[in-house]
Each structure stands twice: as structure tokens, then as C-alpha cells.
Design a protein around this ligand. Sequence first.
Ligand code: ADP
Ligand code: ADP
Length: 228
Amino acid sequence: TPAIEAVDLVRRYELDGVAVEALRGVTLRIDRGEFAAVIGPSGSGKSTLMHLLGCLDRPTSGVLRINGVELAGLTDTELAELRNRTIGFVFQSFHLLGRTSALDNVALPLVYRGVGKAERRDRACAALESVGLGHRLDHRPSQMSGGEQQRVAIARALVGEPKVLLADEPTGNLDTGNGTEVMALLDRLNGAGGVAVVLVTHEPEIAAHARRQIHVRDGLIERDTAAP
Ligand code: ADP
Ligand code: ADP
């Protein structure tokens, strides 16, 4: 099963009685272990697409399957469960609890899954080690650099062993050096664990780190290229 299968996705918004078609028929397949960048100008539909792929929103029409499960038949509760089990999120602005230790930030998603305390600690430690922060378990995000905070956020996104990691401008708040480091980390984690990584960026140099570039324009995929 592909990690993501989208056929003719349309997402229409109503704004003051006027319909805006943010996505106008997107067909896309992302296989397990792929590493893809979605690029396109502002307003082209990138965020709308990421929200659909992340099960945060539903398409107006079209078919979307995440890890083989078709969204159309799911209740909102089932959709939230699919999201929690299958998708990890990383944001531009990290969204960490600033005064909570890195370890507890990373363990938090496991609390909602009913994982016991000892196992939460073990898994959060392992996730932080995998992003090179095994020596920062008790540090708080407010004491960390932007690059370190984003690595904590990546550990939190991966601790639940998702099939897909969705990252919205993950390097947008980082300088070039830290941005490059975060991309190298995503590349390594993608290669090691087989998690599919899909990131949105408007920076071509960042997109070039991915093996596949999906160019979005006016709600459509304009070009989809992959390195051999
Ligand atoms: P991008 O992420 O590429 O900047 P978006 O997906 O945010 O693009 O937006 C695509 C189009 O959909 C834009 O024209 C935007 O104004 C419109 N849009 C996005 N979200 C909403 C919304 N909640 N209500 C109305 N229009 C929206
Ligand atoms: P950033 O600027 O770092 O990307 P924002 O707070 O602007 O962070 O964007 C976060 C986006 O994630 C919002 O568009 C929001 O709609 C979406 N979102 C809302 N709830 C969740 C959730 N539970 N998990 C992941 N993303 C969410």
C-alpha cells in the first residue's frame, strides 16, 4: 500500500458567498519511504494540500487514502485516530512547550495513546537520541537554539512511529546552517526508518535536498520530478 494516494482532490472554500478553489484536481501518490518537497508560490494551495494529507481537513471531492484507508468512510473520531496513528507533524515555529523538558515534550504524544510511563520514557529517549539530542533530555526548549528545538519537534513527530512525516516550512525559522542540518537529519531518518517525508517549502535550495519535487501552482500539480 502507498503511504498516500490522492485522486482528483478538490478543496473549495466559501468566503463571503464566493467560492475559492484552493485545490482543483490533485492526483498524487507517495510511497513508503519517499522524501518529497512540495513547492509553489504563496496561495498556490500547499497548506490546503498538507492539511488534507494530514487528515486535518477533508476534500470537497476526490478520493484520498492514507496508508490504504479511504477517508470518505470515516467518522471524525476515526479520522482523528488515523491521524494520530499514521501522521507526524513538524511546524515552522516548533510548537513545543517551552518550560517542559525535551524528554516530556517528546513523550507527550504517547500519553494520549495510553502508553505507560516507563515505556514513554524509553521511547522518548530513543527518539531524542535518533536526532542527536541524547545529551539534552532534561533541557527545556526555551534554553535551546532554534536548530535544537526543531530536532526536538522532529523527535516528537517520530516517537509514535508514523508512516508519514509532514513538515510545513520546517526550516523557515532557521538560518542556512541549521536549515541544512535539519534537512540532512530528515534525509537520514527517512533512509533509516522508512517513514515517508513530505515537506512544504518555498526555498528551492531546501527543496533540492528532497529526492522528489512536487511543484504546485493555482491549485494543481504543475510538475512532479524525481531523482533517478
Ligand atoms: P499556500 O499554502 O500555497 O500559500 P493555501 O493553501 O494557504 O496556499 O491557499 C490556497 C488558496 O485558498 C488561496 O487563494 C487562499 O486564499 C485560499 N484559502 C486557504 N484557506 C482558506 C480558507 N480557510 N477560507 C477561504 N479561502 C482559503
Ligand atoms: P507554523 O507557522 O509553525 O507552521 P502555525 O501555527 O502557523 O505554525 O500552523 C500550524 C498549522 O497546523 C495550522 O494551520 C493549523 O491549522 C494546523 N493544525 C491544527 N491543529 C493541528 C494538529 N492537531 N496537528 C497538526 N496541525 C494542526
